[in-house]
Design a protein around this ligand. Structure first.
Ligand SMILES: [Zn+2]
Length: 390
């Protein structure tokens, strides 16, 4: 049986379920830490596991260039070399390639581009993207698509979406079904409701194990993003998992779970962890702030990670001020732990039928409304930025 998802409970439109894969079960809603180049930056695989994370993400673009998909396959696959026997989702490389302004050439068959590492020429097509993800041994393979730039005219958005749907059919034809493995289609169509509906219908017609909503968190703003989610979700099969790519802040995630989204990825917790930005049950803090210099309290009393249970927050402040690498390591662990705890709490609340009350309690505990996150531009964008080493 291919990868599948079972629904355990609904509370309004929010869903709790279980993703059944060849590499283990994943309770949903789930947040996937981003392991761009085969590593969740600054964390060992054991540390990632210790947070309770069950599913991580890898990037086709980065891994095909370095160390190379064929090499990863010869070494036994991504699970083997990164010490992660659990499920892995790989993106298709589409977004990163499309973002290489001036370095790529798009045609109906695929994209030719230059490596950002050494300028060498490469080509990605739907077939090659699926082959690379197969060589990596991805549990969940994503369709190769064009992430429509924002803003786009209606004609541009339509042409781009239709190209992505042709590529989705080719991606599906190239995918080799195996027990516990699956492939997700990606809905495109910019912020135009009719295009989003047509895209969702086209993907459903092809048939996938799951459905992602792509092309959001690229500058369209929160209103347009959630309006697009509202248009798209009802057109997707209720029995399949729904993945909102590249989102987001804790508030974005709560709002999207309330709308029936099951899966998320974003570099916010890991990137913020390297820039002294702490996500906590009491809000977001910059640990470089002088007010932490002699604070003996833990960063987050509600958190069981090593940064919070073994050190005063003043020590974390010191590590960042002294530019010690342990600072980013500890804070990345904490931020990933916070996101995993957030998802576990949301899931428990759905199962208990008290999602709204739980969401209100989370927001109430934040000392103030979360300020805009400068890195909250979506995993797609963020993953692209990761080319430079995240
Ligand atoms: Zn912590």
């Amino acid at each position: 049986m291919t990868l599948h998802w079972t629904c355990e409970a609904r509370d309004g439109d929010a869903r709790a379920g279980m993703l059944h894969t060849a590499h283990g079960e994943v309770p949903t809603p789930v947040f996937m830490p981003v392991g761009t180049a085969g590593t969740v930056k600054a964390m060992t695989a054991d540390a990632v596991r210790a947070t309770g994370a069950r599913l991580i993400l890898g990037n086709t673009y980065h891994l095909m260039l370095r160390p190379g998909a064929e090499r990863v396959a010869r070494l036994g696959g991504l699970h083997r070399i990164i010490d992660w026997p659990g499920p892995i989702l790989t993106d298709s490389g589409g977004f990163q390639v499309m973002s290489l302004a001036g370095l790529r050439k798009l045609d109906q068959d695929g994209v030719t581009f230059q490596s950002h590492i050494d300028g060498s020429a490469h080509r990605l097509t739907p077939e090659r993207s699926v082959e690379i993800q197969h060589l990596l041994d991805a549990t969940i393979t994503m369709c190769f698509d064009e992430c429509t730039p924002f803003p786009a005219t209606e004609a541009q958005a339509r042409d781009s979406m239709e190209l992505s749907m042709r590529w989705a059919a080719r991606s599906r034809a190239a995918f080799l079904p195996r027990d516990g493995y699956g492939q997700f289609g990606i809905v495109q169509g910019s912020i135009i409701p009719d295009l989003r509906r047509r895209s969702a219908d086209a993907l459903t017609q092809i048939g996938f194990e799951g459905y992602a909503i792509g092309g959001l968190a690229v500058g369209e703003g929160h209103g347009a993003m959630f309006a697009t989610i509202d248009v798209t979700v009802p057109r997707l099969p209720a029995k399949a998992p729904r993945y909102l790519m590249g989102v987001g802040t804790p508030e974005d995630i709560i709002r999207a779970v309330a709308r029936g989204i099951d899966m998320f990825d974003c570099v916010i917790p890991t990137r913020a962890g390297r820039t002294a930005r702490a996500y906590t049950s009491r809000g977001v803090f910059n640990l470089r702030n002088a007010r932490f210099a002699e604070d003996p309290a833990p960063l987050d009393p509600a958190c069981a990670c090593p940064a919070c249970t073994r050190h005063p927050v003043a020590y974390l402040h010191h590590l960042f001020r002294a530019e010690e690498m342990l600072g980013p390591m500890l804070l990345t662990w904490h931020n990933v732990q916070y996101y995993q705890d957030l998802m576990r709490g949301l899931r428990a609340a759905i199962l208990a039928g008290r999602f709204d009350a739980h969401a209100a309690a989370i927001r109430g505990a934040w000392a103030k409304p979360l300020p805009p996150d400068p890195s909250a531009c979506g995993a797609n964008t963020a993953a692209f930025d990761d080319r430079e080493g995240q």
